[in-house]
Design a protein around this ligand. Sequence first.
Ligand code: SAH
Length: 345
Amino acid sequence: MTETVHKLYTSGDLSDSELKALIETDDMKAAELLRSCADEVRQKSYGKKVFLRGLIEVSSYCRNDCLYCGIRRSNSAAERYRLSREDILACCENGYELGFRTFVMQGGEDAFFTDDFLCPLISEIKEKYPDCAVTLSLGERSTMSYERLKEAGADRYLLRHEAASPGLYSKLHPQEMSLENRKECLFTLKKLGYQVGAGFMVGAPYQTTDHIIADLRFLQELRPQMIGIGPFVPHHNTPFAAEKGGTLGLTLRLLGILRLMFPKVLLPATTALGTIAPNGRELGLQTGCNVVMPNLSPVKVRKKYDLYDNKICTGEEAAECRGCLQRRIESAGYKIAQERGDAII
Ligand code: SAH
């Protein structure tokens, strides 16, 4: 198995059967070699730098009904909120002072967030903070909308493809949602000049190794600037409440594989990874990750952006995520970069 890791390290790719063996391996030596190779490649591309993205969770209203997600439309127990323009600007002001140079507005697909609402807001943020990047993560929208938001100043868009295999996609989503449209959105966003982030959950119900390989192949085709993966974590008020969550071992192996396949990609150590293990994000950073996305949302709404159970950084004590993360990043041997942190691809 260590030979397979070497091959991936030197050539940046593997056959499907080699990938399958590496994804499924329980060989600890191979896992450690994969980790150290991934760290070496990450350091060649980005040194010890870790880029921060301030995450502003703008709305827990969602018109979609993704079976895994705690804020799905059918979850009548979900507490709904949306941030006002003033709330969002206050998050940016706070974030800028804390040293963030990227603001990510993420939310459910909430019809309240029209282009007419978002465009002036994005322009205002870009005017106030010209050295910052604005990232959107607001789900599937029309090409026209993506165009207008780009024109208003949005730089980046995060839209995980979730599952590149039609069979798995349809088990995780209601019938009215389509993988075709999601992929189309991603290619459109790229064409419009956004820096794009795609990705998927690790250990989602029904996910097999072949599905994961299909995800890796899709990512090779799309060539996004960022790849977001994190473990699936069940939410108690969804159809997947009783399902098992994704494991730390598999998530780390996949992060290592992604770093070797995509040496220059931006790879976040996600909140979900920090949720399934207390040092999950630190381990992620040591396995090729170079981005963390601290929560910048007002503390009063954090518990309501409830995608999965036990999500970290939602309590009163988490009001200052920045200091906590700085300590974690430094303890893992890396340093925060006070810059926009664009991908070098
Ligand atoms: N509405 C936006 C934002 C979705 S939330 C969009 O459609 O892109 C951001 C990500 O959280 C999702 O893409 C999904 O991969 C992840 N997520 C949702 N539920 C989850 C769960 N139960 N466990 C782990 N990750 C989850």
